[in-house]
Write a protein that binds this ligand. Sequence first.
Ligand SMILES: [Zn+2]
Ligand SMILES: [Zn+2]
Length: 366
Amino acid sequence: MNSHLFISVIFASILANSVSALPRFFPNSSSIPRSLIPTNPDGKWDAFKNLTGCHAGENVDGLANLKNYLHYFGYIDKNNFTDEFDDNLKSAIKTYQLNYNLNTTGELDGQTLEQIVRPRCGVADIVNGTSSMNSGKKTTSSGIHIHAVNHYSFFPGTPRWPAGKTDLTYAFLPANNLPDSVKAVFSRAFQKWSAVIPLTFTETSSYVVADIRIGFHSGDHNDGEPFDGVLGTLAHAFSPPTGILHLDGDENWVVDGDVAASAVVSAVDLESVAVHELGHVLGLGHSSEREAIMYPTISTGTRKVDLAGDDVDGIQVLYGSNPNYNGSATSTTTTTTQERDTSGGGSRFGGQLWLLLAVGMGLLTL
Ligand SMILES: [Zn+2]
Ligand SMILES: [Zn+2]
């Protein structure tokens, strides 16, 4: 057993014993009890909307919290955050706006705050000041035509599962006692990816030695990235070959796919989040392409389970195409024509990649 695997197994064993409560699953959004529906439609980040219209130089309650948020997702260095709208905050907001295709005003306008409060993946968009979402990419212009690069991204060093390992095993945290309906959601999510790349995924009951380990956890669960209750961050996953995928056990997870049928704001479609997190498990980072599975946010009551062309292009760079793949994405994207960024190709693989939250550090602290 190599040292990485050894540490991974210890890590898995500790996590297997750290579950405080069973996750909540609902067959559909209308079966969620009223008592579990938050009063704030956007959950814990709703208060950020009160910052609408703040300008540089102002001192407003809540800006320090916003700086903490932007720090968590990689947009601003850790500092003694105050409630002052300083230059660092303005710069961080501009980068955020660039990544999410918003007007890069550096102002806290309504559109920007609407985006900021959406439930999202807990994986950071930027680490060490670099990003391969929009803010880390070049856009070239030719005459009146603007050609955007592809929006998919990878982890630093472009890690992937080893070439000889084409059948990956996966297992569910035994303490979660997941019903078959939930396991079936993950089976479908794996199929989205195996349809386009030459990898297969097989469930095993042996959690500790499985390549991919899936667990629902609440709050602090010993990997340095505590979950935050209903909405906010929904899930996170670690880069290959770590194989760790965690979901927030406090969400109101809807398993049967009719999440849009109700106005219940806290209903989160499990399959949509599962497909996204498996993208991380396989080596994809976040994408600025709104239609892509790897876009970092998902609104409640939304179902998005089909890979976009951007996702397919990205994952096939890592693994090649499944010979049976018919060459068209399972959903079409409607954005402007995208071209390979030949001029920026070197830097994509040369280190201008954002980093998933530091799994190495998490393992070292055990
Ligand atoms: Zn993500
Ligand atoms: Zn975790």
